[in-house]
Every structure is written in C-alpha cells, then in structure tokens.
Design a protein around this ligand. Structure first.
Ligand code: ZN
Ligand code: ZN
Length: 104
C-alpha cells in the first residue's frame, strides 16, 4: 500500500505518493523528525486532553500548511480534519511544554 506515513493518506501508485510528498512540505518535514519524536506524539494520548488555544493563531493562518481561515471556528476545525497539521500542533504543544514546564 502506498501510504503517506505523515498524514496517512493513501495513494493508488507509488508515483502518486511521491508526487504528494514533493508538493507537501508539511508531510516532508514530518518525516524528517526523529522516530522517537514521531512515536511519542502518535502514541501520547495525554496531549489530546490538552488544549492550548491561540498557539500561533494570531492571523487565523495555519502555521504548518499556511492555509488561511476566515474565522476561529474554521481554524480550529482544520485541526480535526487535517491529520498532519494536528500532529504538528501536538508537536508544538509538546515542545512548548518541555520548554516551559518540564524544564522548570
Ligand atoms: Zn502526507
Ligand atoms: Zn494546516
């Protein structure tokens, strides 16, 4: 199966998958992360409970895929619908927690 390991979209051919990765820097960047980080974020359910709203949301633009949203509702829904942006958000939250809480 030709599945993107970042956003979990499946593609009919490996060519389509490659084309997807070429055009999707959010997925490409995700695959560059260390396996340890990826595993932790994908398995860590605790982070699902944590909501840090307005983390980099000043202009209602997704900081990961750079999509622009007209209101905060659409913006927040984007993270329910986009696997890869949601994972990046968790990554940022984790990073934020490590810097601001765990290291104190
Ligand atoms: Zn992808
Ligand atoms: Zn996004």
């Amino acid at each position: 199966m030709n599945r993107c390991q970042a956003c979990y979209k499946t593609f009919t051919t490996s060519f389509n998958l490659k084309r997807h990765l070429d055009s999707s820097s959010v997925c490409q960047d995700w695959l560059q992360l260390s396996d340890q980080n990826k595993q932790f974020i994908e398995e860590e359910n605790v982070l699902n409970q944590i909501e840090i709203k307005n983390l980099k949301t000043d202009d209602l633009k997704c900081p990961y895929c750079h999509q622009q949203f007209s209101n905060a509702g659409n913006y927040n829904r984007h993270f329910d619908n986009s696997t890869i942006c949601y994972k990046w958000k968790k990554y940022d939250i984790l990073d934020y927690l490590q810097k601001n809480i765990f290291n104190k």
